[in-house]
Design a binder for this molecule. Structure first.
Ligand code: HAM
Length: 420
């Protein structure tokens, strides 16, 4: 039997109702804030991610699905959306001439991580990115969009963590201090962190291994090193959150595993996902557009993991909608009539299903039940002779006879009776 690779899922219809409710909620909130959809490619030249996310990050150094095209150029399946959105924004002059541009996107991302609950190799994100303003209002706007989506999707028991990781100027002094601290404890670090100490000091704070978690607790915190402008930005953001009743916790070690961030970083976390506690995250990246050869343009955004959000609402009951009408027939001419009527009812906006194989009524009613049909329309010899159809309410079992020749009238009756 052919199988799918590890960490890759099929999403069957029984999960789609909740899945769509998350996406519908997200789309509605994006639309209320004037964000418009951008469809970005699933693969990019590898440089988009190595330059965008950073060579020394785990994502780029260990987790990308990279391969050569036939011409020998290196392509990568996107591990996230931000770098692609920035590449598209810079490449497309029409949009980057706008004062501010607001985009949202959704789709599969790929990371070669060790699969476990909530951690997949192909997973789906939706996200939003705003270009053209460094005003802290927009940091608040993207955070508040995710907060609304979370609440509207029915997720409870979550926290918002925020931090500021400053700008390249004030961060330099902090990184030097951080490096001094970690050098003094070098012997206690894991192998990866010894390497990070040489190549990308900030990434030491991302380590999930036990000795390094304990060492981090005593490390210097960036908030003590912020310059005046970064401190002011952070204070303003907190004011917006306070004024609009969005509760948060400050986490001075929240540096996020991607190199592009400046100033604000944030995560929506829960302890209901085991090791994978973040279900959405983002921050400001004021230098990335310039880093991609665009004109200097501040930006801020976030992305959420749909599978992780799904796990958080899995236990909320949903009313699974079935088909409205199931045709039950005796084959031959009755099947022909049933198909004709089905086509007419579908044109009137009523969902209809049927089984063309001639089976007994009993097995067809069973199927109608399995498809959660609200009504069964029965065509047998009697109905054919009389030009009628028997309408059975699948819940109550009540039946009545209707004229089969007047499609509009029949459709109206079905809609009135079974419009729930
Ligand atoms: P990220 O934190 O790498 O940020 O991913 C965002 C969300 O994607 C995570 O919070 C999680 O819900 C989901 N996610 C990440 N990896 C996996 C995985 N292996 N399996 C399942 N879900 C996963 C970004 O991607 C940034 N682009 C966010 C951003 C947008 N920052 C600014 N703009």
């Amino acid at each position: 039997m052919l199988q799918k690779p590890p960490g890759i899922e099929d999403i069957f219809p029984d999960r789609i109702e909740r899945w769509n409710s998350i996406m519908d909620t997200a789309r509605a909130v994006f639309s209320l804030h004037n964000y418009r959809e951008l469809v970005i490619p699933v693969m990019e030249y590898t440089e988009v991610f190595s330059r965008g996310i950073g060579d020394q990050t785990d994502i780029v150094s260990k987790e990308m699905f990279t391969f050569e095209d036939r011409g020998g150029r290196s392509l990568t399946l996107r591990p996230e959306g931000t770098a692609s959105v920035v590449r598209a924004y810079v490449e497309n002059g029409e949009y980057n001439r706008l004062a501010t541009a607001k985009f949202f996107y959704a789709g599969p991302m790929f990371r070669a991580e060790r699969p476990q609950k909530g951690r997949l190799r192909q997973f789906n994100q939706f996200g939003a990115e705003l270009f053209g303003s460094s005003h802290p209002y927009y940091d608040y706007e993207v955070i508040s969009m995710m907060d609304s989506i979370t609440k509207n999707a029915g997720i409870k028991d979550y926290s918002l963590l925020i931090n500021s990781i400053g700008c390249p100027q004030c961060r330099g002094e902090y990184i030097a201090e951080l490096r001094r601290y970690y050098l003094s404890r070098r012997d206690e670090l894991c192998g990866d962190c010894k390497n990070r100490l040489e190549k990308n000091t900030l990434r030491l704070l991302d380590c999930k291994k036990e000795p390094c978690i304990a060492i981090k607790k005593e490390a210097p915190v960036i908030t003590d090193y912020l310059c005046e402008a970064c401190r002011e930005h952070h204070t303003e953001l907190k004011k917006y959150l306070d004024n609009n009743s969005i509760t948060y916790r400050e986490d001075p070690f929240l540096v996020r595993g991607l190199d592009y961030y400046t100033r604000t970083t944030f995560e929506f976390v829960t302890d209901r996902l085991g090791g994978q506690n973040a279900f959405a995250a983002g921050g400001r990246y004021d230098n990335l557009v310039e880093h991609f050869d665009g004109k200097p343009t501040p930006a801020v955004g976030f992305a959420a993991g749909i599978e992780r959000m799904y796990l958080l609402i899995e236990d909320i009951p949903v009313s699974e909608k079935g088909v409205s009408v199931y045709m039950v027939h005796t084959g031959g001419e009755a099947l022909e009539q049933a198909v004709r009527l089905a086509s007419g009812l579908r044109a009137c906006g009523i969902s209809v299903d049927l089984d063309p194989e001639t089976k007994g009524f009993k097995s067809q009613f069973k199927k109608a039940d399995r498809e959660k049909a609200q009504a069964a329309l029965v065509f047998g010899g009697d109905e054919l002779a009389a030009g009628t159809v028997t309408v059975r309410d699948m819940k109550s079992g009540e039946q009545d006879s209707q004229d089969a020749s007047d499609l509009q009238a029949l459709a109206r009756i079905l809609k009135e009776k079974f419009s729930s």
